[in-house]
Design a binder for this molecule. Sequence first.
Ligand code: SF4
Ligand code: MSK
Length: 639
Amino acid sequence: MSKALDRSADKASQHVLRQAEKDSVQLSWDRLEMMQPQCGFGDLGICCRNCRMGPCRIDPFGEGPQVGVCGANADTIVARNLLGHIAVGAAAHSDHGRDVAHTLALVGEGKAHDYGISDKAKLLEIANIYGISIDKKTDIEIAKEIAEKALSEFGQQHGELKFLSRAPKKRVEVWRKLGIMPRGIDREIVESLHRIHIGVDNDYKNIINHGLRCSLGDGWGGSMIATDLQDILFGSPEPIRGKVNLGVLKEDQVNIVVHGHEPTLSEMAVKACQDPKLLELAKKNGAKGINLAGMCCTANEILMRHGVHNAGNFLQQELAILTGSVEVMMVDVQCIMPALTVLAQRFHTEIITTSPKLKFPGVTHIEFKEDRAYEVAKSIIRRAVENYKKRDKSRVNIPKETMDLIAGFTAEQVKNILGGRFRGTYRPLNDAIISGRIRGIGGVVGCNNPKIKHDWAHIEMVKELIKNDVIVLQTGCSAIACAKEGLMTPEAALEFAGHGLREVCETVGIPPVLHMGSCVDNSRILIAAAEVVKEGGLGEDISDLPAAGAAPEWMSQKAISIGMYFVASGVYTVFGGAQPVLGSKNVTDYICNELEDVVGGRFEFEEDPIKAAHLMIGHINKKREALKLKPMMHAIASN
Ligand code: SF4
Ligand code: MSK
């Protein structure tokens, strides 16, 4: 019997999964099965291979060793491992931010002619936050100073990151009192690595508290720099229509899939696909056109800014190749499965790496350079166009499913849409929450994971939240999952939202589920939360808000860093499945209970997405009560 229905909730993916079974193609789901039973020590976080006296492992049943050769116990080992994950996740996001700042610096120096300043309002806003005078300066001069300031924040040794000042005052006080204000983005990551070296930090609370600090340097630092500087360079997104799912691949066109996270080169690919000479060459080769589609977060970036169609999320990267219709998959960094290259060999698909940070042995590498970005993009598109001739049409099998969506709801856009373009304000949102039309705000983000039926947990959770009048903000692969289900159209409010939320969505003309962008754009959710606090009437801190976060199908280290900075920012955050901490009762208690008294937010682990949604709703209700808000206008939906 086919396993497709158990593996994915998405019809297009099921279609390709069935094909894979017929062709005996090995995918991530199969590799997960082959990996069983997975290491229980690793799952609980109680193995350590930090030094050559080890590897060591703690016996979770209390019968065998309870300390490693050096004497480290389960608390120390689990906390150190968790901090390692946070550091890696924060490094990935922040290195992305650094690259964007570097591109902006080159624009400022006149060395990256293919880019310019696309959003002057954002340029001035960021200059203001950095305290850069704009008097008698050109946009390019201001951009150069912003880039220098941003780059200096990576290596900064003392003081506080500037963007943390965008958080509510009370929040900043919490961080300062606890001594977890990040000083420099890189500094906190390096210090994390130092602390987890053999024989350094052994106090699990001290280790986790540094994890909070390091993650804040990601959310309110590196990721926020990536988001805001990308807006300056490529334009701030505005609500835009698009299509999503594997059906966006075209049978009669050259298909190029851009995959990864950093949109700097993909921005150029969007342009290069419209190059008349390349279009002519495509026709000459028998194709009707050139079709650019995105995958994962690079997809979210170019969808939000240009309406480029989105071929799918993390677990669909292999499936896209299996359609037999992809000429080139151009990858940048993060979430690129090593399995792609082996799979691509079964077809004509060429995988092209573009970052010096990500190469595969024997795979074509065309390195991205900011000073000749358009030229590099064109050369990759040309390769795809030429590769079209090698496509075996008899093997093309593209699922027909696509879904419309509206993306591009940044923190600024939500404000503008609610308040009107000339006087953006969050007042109507706050009033809708205060009056009991909207129960609260849910941020549902994160990856896919073959351990959980693909997309299923995202969709179930989000449907349950909106049914209970919780407006949902989304990023990353979670956003793509719900877009495929049709939850990101205004009509979805009629079908799926509770009465109160539906009324608000109908009045404003928005979907009940708002696509806010890529993984680094979780920083947009932080800004939106800060704006809601600033607007007044819902407490003085993010932790006062009737709001909760979730990552129902999480898998990456970045997800742990994101979760940590949401918790550190005061948000109750539910992960669909435990982080590798259960091997230490103390660490688990600390991050899932005690942290609430420390930073106002805490983790919860719950695999069942409906139960998880109700945990979030319960938390939102608790916050509503604490704020003495009116009861909800309409009855609560049943479980
Ligand atoms: Fe074992 Fe300690 Fe070395 Fe880890 S650091 S491998 S627990 S001896
Ligand atoms: S791509 S980090 S699988 S969201 Fe941002 Fe998706 Fe998670 Fe990668």
